[in-house]
Design a protein around this ligand. Structure first.
Ligand code: ADP
Ligand code: MG
Length: 252
């Protein structure tokens, strides 16, 4: 399971190499190489269907690549490794739609994995849950049922739940795209604070304003290929590819 620790030594939390993915003979990712450095935010951008979600799912171990490897701090990960208690919880994932367990209050949504995976005592888990909810400005909803939360609140609770496990990296798949427009900013505000606090993140997003402000680097995809990756400022000022230039123009 453990490979050499060259990526850990270089500060790469995630190193994806030569990732290919085909679904029913259709190639949806082609030879993707991507690294994510500790404390940095990488934005994954590109038109719908370009492969952002599939790539995030592969990096998180939810999906297996057809070819290629993913390393987390120097440890090769795959679906089998991810079921191992030593790896579980090391990668946090926030989905497009908030995915809280509907039959549990917000508190239990967060404490569940803390008790079962992290083996915290109930009291420790509850303290941790409170701290995390405080961080996402949701401490007052600790005893609420998920169905009573707004979309923005539910998404912030999902972020709190992922963060409670103290993952080495947080992956977010268009975390605001399912929200009513007036609720988007409250989730982006939380992500902005996390980024400033040094949380390592990869976020698929169409919020280019947010990406340009918060991300350190932008990886642009089209039709399953990583067309370019640049420092954020350079990407928005002078995209290398006409395809990225058109994409930026169409959204801004
Ligand atoms: P994005 O998140 O950038 O919109 P996706 O990763 O969701 O892109 O999809 C990339 C391509 O892979 C699309 O053509 C999509 O239809 C296809 N795809 C994604 N998941 C599956 C699946 N489970 N089975 C078949 N095709 C899929
Ligand atoms: Mg997607």
């Amino acid at each position: 399971m453990t490979s050499d620790s060259s990526s850990a030594a270089s500060g790469d939390v995630i190193r994806a190499s030569g990732i290919h993915k085909t679904f029913d003979k259709k190639q949806v990712l082609e030879d993707i190489h991507l690294t994510l450095k500790k404390g940095k935010v990488l934005a994954l951008c590109g038109p719908s269907g370009c492969g952002k979600s599939t790539l995030l799912r592969i990096i998180s171990g939810l999906e297996a690549p057809s070819k290629g490897t993913v390393e987390l701090n120097g440890t090769a990960i795959n679906r089998k490794a991810l079921r191992h208690p030593s790896i579980r919880g090391r990668i946090g994932f926030v989905f497009q739609r908030p995915a809280l367990y509907p039959n549990m209050r917000v508190l239990e949504n967060i404490t569940l994995a803390l008790v079962e995976v992290k083996k915290l005592s109930r009291r420790q888990a509850e303290e941790k849950a409170y701290d995390m909810l405080h961080k996402v400005h949701l401490a007052d909803q600790i005893h609420a049922w998920p169905s009573t939360l707004s979309g923005g609140q539910a998404q912030r609770a999902s972020i709190a739940r992922a963060l409670a496990l103290e993952p080495e990296v947080l992956l977010l798949d268009e975390p605001t795209s399912a929200l009513d427009p007036e609720l988007v900013h409250e989730v982006l505000e939380v992500l902005r604070t996390l980024a400033h606090g040094g949380t390592t993140m990869a976020v698929a997003t169409h919020e280019l304003g947010f990406a340009s402000e918060v991300a350190h680097d932008v990886a642009f995809f089209d039709q399953g290929r990583n067309i370019e990756t640049q420092a954020t400022r350079d990407f928005f000022r002078s995209p290398r590819s006409p395809r990225a230039a058109r994409f930026i123009e169409s959204i801004l």
